[in-house]
Design a protein around this ligand. Sequence first.
Ligand SMILES: Nc1ncnc2c1ncn2[C@@H]1O[C@H](COP(=O)(O)OP(=O)(O)OP(=O)(O)O)[C@@H](O)[C@H]1O
Length: 296
Amino acid sequence: MSENTSNLAEERTAGPTAGPVGTGDDEPIGASIEVPDPGEGPGSGASRTAIAARGLTVSYGDEVALRPVDVDVPERRVTAIIGPSGCGKSTFLRCINRMNDRVDSCRVEGELLFEGKDVYDDDVDPVALRRRIGMVFQQPNPFPKSIYDNVAYGLRVQGRTDDLDERVERALRRSALWDEVSHRLDESGLELSGGQQQRLCIARAIAPDPDVLLMDEPASALDPVATSKVEDLIADLAEEYTVVVVTHNMQQAARISDETAVFLTGGELVEFGDTATVFGNPESDRVEDYITGKFG
Ligand SMILES: Nc1ncnc2c1ncn2[C@@H]1O[C@H](COP(=O)(O)OP(=O)(O)OP(=O)(O)O)[C@@H](O)[C@H]1O
């Protein structure tokens, strides 16, 4: 994993993290969710904590969006965040790399620790933080630049232009896009299909080699084939990165994640645990009602 978090305060770099954040409608809840066996999953095995919330509370003006949240997100695993519309999933995700800083009315209390350091400490540079915690949004949002320049963007901003070709190729291979674009790297990223654009955005996010990848409904704007490719990719990425993914789609959460956090109305984290247990044998009756479609 990476060097000490103290460099969060030292770097002055920009990452390609900005972009539209979409919100979608809840997808219909399927009658049956295939539950993996406990211990199965993309990144099975003991893992240390990468991100921890301690009494994390978030309000927009007078409206409380997250009630005190305590959670430990393990390193190099896929953690899914599920829950009904408006329960604070995106708010939680955006706390992790301080995207909420951009919202004037947003007030954050409590602690959000990344490798033990509170990301809201005064000496943390949010831009340096976002270099280590990349983000992918619901709507694919490539820059109006070539495929190559999209992937190279964050590296160039950081002045890391040595071995640029190799780094771009590696990110595109890691995103399962290289074979489809290697012969047309000079073409605009906007000319790719929606699913390819989303994998390009993933390549752009991982090219600067972050530790964490935050994904806000990364497949909800995609067709089933493209969704399946992105799901496969998410599982692969957990070999190298800590992945936190917000999804409305419970089947998807069950398929791709090792851990699942269930937020319910009012911004309450009601259950967090390994995905097989959360879906197969939840502790909370409210969570059981939610995942079986009795409300939500
Ligand atoms: N920029 C904002 N300004 C004011 N209120 C906001 C803002 N963003 C979110 N909220 C409010 O905070 C609450 C949580 O919203 P959030 O987008 O985090 O929920 P969500 O679970 O991700 O919803 P969805 O599944 O619909 O995307 C909602 O009541 C929402 O209206």
